[in-house]
Design a protein around this ligand. Structure first.
Ligand SMILES: C[S@@+](CC[C@H](N)C(=O)[O-])C[C@H]1O[C@@H](n2cnc3c(N)ncnc32)[C@H](O)[C@@H]1O
Length: 223
């Protein structure tokens, strides 16, 4: 069943304009990827030069908002391609008055057009759509094509953190990351029955934990 459309989407979207980073896709020309004029100026956006982290597929923003509150010296950008969902993330952030967070209404595929190489310290992939069928594996956010995007964006020693309930996605992530220039560390096969401290539970995570499913977690550091 398709999710119901949000009521007053346009009004609600306009009300949280200040939290969305504006952009225009220049043209569908791959040469634009190397046009530095399209790059976001993070110092201007956040008013400081603190490290910038991304959450890709941030959903309704529970993780990003809480992470920003706990880490005021980090700037975090939530990337989400579904408008209705992103509006709810922005509203959550506004209600909680958090200033070190912005949102990008964008598909992750376009990030290298707008984000300068080596300017991101950490990327969070929380409960990304698992695409369990082998024939859809290229859409997984840890497919080799996406990893080459992250390798461009991450600064030296940058880290990807992933959490998922999907064994198929987790196993393919372990394989792709280790074969594409990342060192795996801090791997958990049942996060909620482990000694890991400081976990921020996302919207999807709370549903899966209620169902008694194990949560997998990994960190992958750029070599
Ligand atoms: C299963 S939800 C998880 C949401 C949230 N991270 C959580 O843990 O509750 C996955 C989200 O990723 C978004 N998403 C999927 N592919 C994406 C892409 N290529 N670029 C940006 N967002 C994407 C979807 O729209 C969806 O909101």
């Amino acid at each position: 069943m398709r999710p119901r459309k949000l009521r007053n989407l346009n009004t609600r979207r306009n009300n949280c304009e200040s939290l969305r980073i504006p952009y225009e896709i220049p043209s569908f020309d791959l040469r634009n990827i190397n046009d530095t004029r399209n790059y976001f100026d993070f110092e201007e956006i956040f008013g400081n030069s603190n490290p910038v982290y991304l959450e890709i597929g941030c959903g309704k923003g529970t993780f990003a908002t809480e992470y920003a509150k706990r880490n005021p010296d980090i700037n975090i950008i939530g990337v989400e391609c579904v408008k209705d969902v992103l509006v709810q993330a922005c509203e959550k952030t506004m209600e909680q008055g958090v200033s070190n967070i912005r949102y990008l209404e964008m598909k992750a595929e376009y990030l290298p057009i707008f984000i300068k190489e080596k300017s991101i310290g950490r990327i969070f992939l929380n409960f990304s759509t698992p695409y369990p069928k082998k024939s859809h594996a290229k859409h997984r956010l840890t497919s080799p094509d996406f990893l080459s995007v992250y390798k461009k964006l991450l600064s030296d020693g940058g880290v990807i953190e992933q959490k998922t309930d999907s064994k198929i996605l987790f196993e393919s992530s372990l394989e792709n990351l280790s074969q594409n220039g990342f060192i795996l560390q801090n791997i958990f096969l049942d996060l909620h029955n482990s000694d890991f401290e400081g976990n921020i539970v996302t919207e999807y995570e709370s549903k899966f934990v209620e169902q008694g499913l194990p949560i997998y977690r990994l960190e992958a550091k750029l070599k």
